[in-house]
Write a protein that binds this ligand. Structure first.
Ligand SMILES: [Ca+2]
Ligand SMILES: [Ca+2]
Ligand SMILES: [Ca+2]
Ligand SMILES: [Ca+2]
Length: 385
């Protein structure tokens, strides 16, 4: 049989359309959703501020109770095996684990370095405290955030300063350089969270927004960029060329830092909040695929961030949870909860309905498309490819 050329073109076009549509359905329904379940809580009093997970232990910054070391080998029944508090005036706010040491932001006591090689007997071996530094007009009064990279620790807190400390000898931490963060609110400025990646430190600077400091020369750090999102910057995470900024009153902002001297927004995620405590994202942890956020009264959420410009919520846990900070390891989210202390959530892949219906439909349509193309090549010679 003979088919006119325009009809041929239409048939080929339709077949290709079926292929594309099928492939699109298969791809579009591939978003995996997660169920989150609380599996345990641990609270012996105190006021949990932050936490870090390393090996079999959770290290808890428990404000007036100091550093607590919780054994989570039996994940449903965590037990405290060690605690360090020197009775000073410090209020433990943050903890970073590196090797055999816990680097603790201990409020007015500054940075404390605690040997944790025996988790049942943590011992302070070194301390850096700026409050006694009379040589500078400005001091870092209360240390709130700490991050460690190589042989340096980076601290921030109350006051317009970031301080770099050489920790190659943990018993004698020595300041190598400091920078006054410009454009903040002087001594009222508040460095809430700090991460260091490659040659840059990224600081959530409360009302001062996100600050990016070039730390290539530890004796002469240089501020290279300032970014203001939608609220007060309180939590920061960096992966690849993106920074994820958690903000009080602003939700979560995804920022391109492909050029750290010129950051720009690529996405902004906020929720309607029925309680009126709007859009509080106090912490964010990311891997290449997902962002895990502490979302105030809205609980803990998992976002699929494969498409950076439009992240999709794929998991949610609420149930009276008020997360301040979170840490993620394997299939567990460790939550520093405002009221409950340490809460551990387990997340598992859901049997996603859209995957069940979408995948076979997508596969069926793309298969039909490809089979027809194949058949028409073999038998439908009227098409004369
Ligand atoms: Ca305790
Ligand atoms: Ca405690
Ligand atoms: Ca001390
Ligand atoms: Ca202390």
């Amino acid at each position: 049989m003979k088919v006119k050329k325009p009809t041929k073109t239409i048939i080929v076009f339709l077949l290709l359309l079926i292929c594309l549509w099928g492939s699109f359905l298969s791809y579009g329904s591939a978003t995996q959703e997660f169920s989150l379940i609380e599996i345990c809580q641990y609270n012996d009093g105190g006021n949990i501020q932050d936490l870090s997970v390393e090996g079999d232990y959770v290290y808890v910054a428990d404000k007036e109770e100091g550093l607590e070391i919780i054994d989570v080998r039996n994940i449903t029944a965590p037990i405290e095996v060690g605690q360090y508090h020197d009775g000073g005036s410090g209020a433990t706010r943050d903890v970073y684990i590196e090797g055999n040491y816990a680097y603790v932001a201990d409020g007015e006591d500054g940075l404390e370095i605690i040997d944790i090689s025996d988790p049942t007997n943590p011992i302070e071996v070194g301390e850096f405290n700026d409050i006694h530094n009379n040589s500078n007009l400005h001091i870092l009064g209360t240390t709130i955030g700490v991050s460690v990279e190589g042989k340096y620790a980076y601290i921030c807190g109350v006051g317009a300063l970031i301080i770099i400390i050489d920790i190659s000898d943990p018993t004698t931490p020595i300041e190598t350089g400091r920078i006054e963060v410009m454009g903040g609110y002087g001594s009222y400025s508040l460095g809430r969270d700090i991460v260091v990646v490659d040659n840059y430190a990224y600081i959530a600077y409360d009302v001062g927004g996100l600050r990016i400091i070039n730390i290539t020369d530890p004796t002469a750090p240089v501020e290279v960029a300032e970014f203001h999102g939608h609220g007060w910057a309180v939590g920061i995470s960096v992966v690849d060329i993106y920074a994820y900024l958690g903000e009080a009153g602003g939700g979560l902002t995804v920022i391109s830092i492909s050029d750290p001297t010129s950051p720009f927004e690529v996405a902004h995620i906020v929720d309607e909040d029925p309680e009126g405590c709007n859009y509080y994202v106090s912490d964010v942890q990311t891997d290449k695929h997902y962002a895990y956020i502490a979302n105030g009264l809205m609980g803990v959420k998992i976002l699929d961030i494969q498409n950076r410009s439009s992240p999709v919520e794929v998991g949610h846990y609420e149930n009276g949870c008020i997360p301040l900070k979170i840490a993620v390891k394997e299939n567990y989210i460790y939550v520093a909860d405002y009221q409950k202390g340490l809460v551990i959530l387990n997340f598992q892949e859901k049997e996603n309905e859209s995957v069940i219906s979408g995948y076979p439909l997508g596969l069926l349509l793309s298969s039909i498309g490809f089979i027809l193309v194949f058949l028409k090549r073999k038998d439908f010679d009227f098409l004369h490819f």
